[in-house]
Design a protein around this ligand. Structure first.
Ligand code: FES
Length: 372
């Protein structure tokens, strides 16, 4: 009985999640993935060339002159640096110094940004930014946003028209956990755009990189992915605890199902027969004026056969062997199943009472129904 109950609740849980999988998978298939990835508004900058900053000296030594701060002096000022990248921050050439960082960009990291020409430190991770740095954040965001998304045909321009500028605002510096970016472990600037999709532009404060454009479609996709991958704790991964527990539950469901099947075979309630003949059954009941003979498939349950012939018999659990209400009286030698033993008293069993949902037509030829 224990197995049956466990199997029943497991199958309910697995069915609900299967339904969620199917529903979320179907809706994911209907999504516009370009829009959900923010690609309809996002402008990716082309790789920057710094060749124009380099010039050969005239002394044929092969040496080059650049206006950039030397790497040597950078390392002297920032000895913890593990990697240096010459990069661009909107219209400034900068050095991006990696102090430490994880394998993925979203992992907690430590960078320093240095103006490659003046050597000044640029810190975009302070909550109260200087007006020039705040403008820089705004310009980076603005430059990553397609003009066409504003319904304008002008070329990419960091300066918005008066009408457009009202639609974009620097909302603030956010720290993890960030609702729109569940995996992100660094502080980010959020810039909100009042467009039809309520786009939010996210810029990593340590590096000034545009991480993502998140819009309503992205949020809907993330909700569906969360349901689809059972990422209910929003770990941002399908290798989460819920899915592991669910895998164990599915294994248990299969195990209890296989055990139940084995019990049905060993109790003789299921037999593989090539020809399923009909069997006659004589039924005596206080509620019938006289005995009735019914005919049904030899392998159908007695409960099903009685119901199909409109002969009244109680059944609260619908044939699950749980309520013990579908009693009939047959021969005392009739096989006793585990459900019979669980639901009926030893006296009843000795008298030949059994559960109609637990026995099949071919086991009996004559039964009595005297349920009260
Ligand atoms: S119908 Fe409930 S035990 Fe048979």
């Amino acid at each position: 009985m224990m197995f049956k109950r466990v199997h029943k609740w497991l199958s309910l849980a697995v069915f609900i999640q299967l339904f969620i999988w199917l529903g979320s998978g179907f809706l994911l298939g209907k999504l516009d993935m370009d829009k959900a990835a923010g690609r309809d508004t996002l402008v990716r900058n082309n790789p920057t060339s710094f060749a124009r900053f380099y010039e050969n000296t005239d002394d044929n030594s092969g040496a080059v002159n650049t206006p950039f701060v030397s790497v040597k002096s950078l390392l002297k000022n920032y000895p913890m640096t593990s990697e240096i990248e010459l990069s661009r921050l909107f219209d400034q050439v900068i050095y991006k110094l990696k102090i430490n960082a994880g394998q993925h960009d979203y992992q907690a990291s430590h960078y320093k940004l240095v103006d490659a020409i003046s050597g000044e430190l640029i810190d975009l991770s302070a909550e109260e930014l200087a007006p020039t740095d705040k403008k820089l954040i705004y310009q980076i965001a603005r430059f990553s946003y397609k003009d066409s998304a504003f319904g304008s045909s002008q070329t990419q321009n960091p300066n918005l028209s008066a009408d457009q500028s009202e639609k974009m605002s620097v909302a603030g510096l956010l720290y993890p956990p960030i609702e729109d970016l569940p995996r992100e472990r660094n502080a980010v600037w959020q810039i909100n755009v009042d467009d039809v999709s309520q786009t939010s532009i996210y810029i990593r404060a340590q590096t000034g990189d545009v991480i993502a454009h998140v819009n309503d479609e992205t949020r809907w996709r993330d909700l569906l992915l969360m349901l689809h991958f059972m990422d209910y704790a929003e770990e941002g991964s399908f290798n989460n605890w819920f899915i592991k527990i669910f895998a164990v539950m599915t294994l248990l469901l299969s195990g209890t199902g296989a055990w139940g099947l084995y019990r049905l075979f060993s109790d003789g309630r299921i037999k593989i027969t090539w020809f399923d003949r009909n069997k006659m059954l004589l039924v005596h009941s206080e509620k019938l004026p006289k005995a009735v003979t019914l005919s049904a498939s030899a392998n159908s349950s007695i409960l099903d056969a009685l119901s199909a012939s409109n002969i009244e018999i109680r059944s609260i659990c619908g044939g699950g062997g749980l309520c013990g209400t579908c009693k009939f009286k047959g021969e005392p030698e009739l096989l006793i199943t585990a459900a019979d033993r669980e639901r009926l008293t030893p006296d009843e069993l000795a008298l030949g009472y059994r559960l109609a949902c637990q026995h099949v037509m071919k086991e009996v030829s004559n039964i009595e129904l005297n349920q009260h």
